[in-house]
Design a protein around this ligand. Structure first.
Ligand code: AP5
Length: 223
């Protein structure tokens, strides 16, 4: 069975961090719509030029654009055996489009990472990202001037400015949080406590995914 995972949660919940760990462990691609957009901005492509101002305001890029990007990415050969989606879907329209894309494929496993708002704000205020390789600096490494992996300069993400973070949280509550109700009734939905240390979240997440996957194998398709 292919592990077709969605990592959901508010800004700063740890979606990207956990998606990276899980994708590596499972040998499947991590598909982060935020990373795809930031790369497009960096390269100055037409998509990047269109997305930059929207992202800087903390708003969402249009559904049609995002669905097109994800459809093309999930059609590639490396995603046929599974994927971890980070940052998509973000609206009910995106979720409905993803269900259509998934027709004939193994069911989606949806993990919501729940974290209290004060902790999200704290994490995003202290997050530092490498300007060269894009890696998050974890823990004490975030206080250093350079990336421990490649030596590039560490900086704050443009949309981690306090006012933009508050807007991103508002947009999350208005447009993305309703997806919890969209998915909750599915047997392949789980919520994980994301306020624990990173390793404990990873363990809880792996246990949830393995529980769903083994249930699928013994009970047949859960779609
Ligand atoms: P995106 O990049 O997806 O941003 P986001 O959803 O706001 O999420 P973040 O990347 O801020 O947080 P995260 O949950 O991944 O947490 P992370 O692991 O980094 O999107 C950016 C923008 O692109 C959007 O605002 C929108 O404009 C646009 N966009 C993207 N997708 C779109 C879509 N589908 N439709 C429309 N527009 C779209 O962790 C955060 C910090 O916390 C890090 O410093 C990390 O080290 C730390 N941390 C992680 N886990 C823990 C832990 N357990 N304990 C302590 N610290 C932790």
């Amino acid at each position: 069975m292919a592990l077709n995972l969605i990592m959901m949660g508010p800004p700063g919940a740890g979606k990207g961090t956990q998606a990276e760990l899980l994708a590596k462990r499972q040998g499947i691609p991590k598909v982060s719509t935020g990373d795809i957009l930031r790369e497009a901005v960096k390269m100055g492509t037409p998509l990047g030029l269109q997305a930059k101002a929207i992202m800087d305001r903390g708003e969402l890029v249009g559904d049609d654009v995002m669905v097109g990007i994800v459809r093309e990415r999930l059609d590639r050969a490396d995603a046929r055996f599974g994927f971890v989606l980070d940052g998509f879907p973000r609206t009910v329209a995106q979720a409905a489009a993803l269900d259509a894309i998934m027709t004939g494929r193994d069911p989606l496993i949806v993990i919501d990472i729940a974290v209290p708002e004060a902790e999200l704000v704290r994490r995003l205020a202290s997050r530092r990202v490498c300007g060269s390789c894009g890696e998050n600096a974890e823990g004490e490494a975030a206080a250093l001037p350079t990336c421990q992996r490649c030596g590039g300069p560490l900086k704050q993400r443009a949309d981690d400015d306090e006012a933009v973070v508050l807007e991103r949280l508002k947009v999350y509550h208005r447009k993305t949080e309703p997806l919890i109700d969209y998915y909750r009734a599915r047997p392949t939905f789980r919520s994980v406590d994301g306020a624990q240390p990173l390793e404990a979240v990873a363990e809880a997440l792996t246990a949830a995914v393995e529980g769903i996957a083994s249930g699928n194998r013994t009970e047949g398709a859960l779609r």
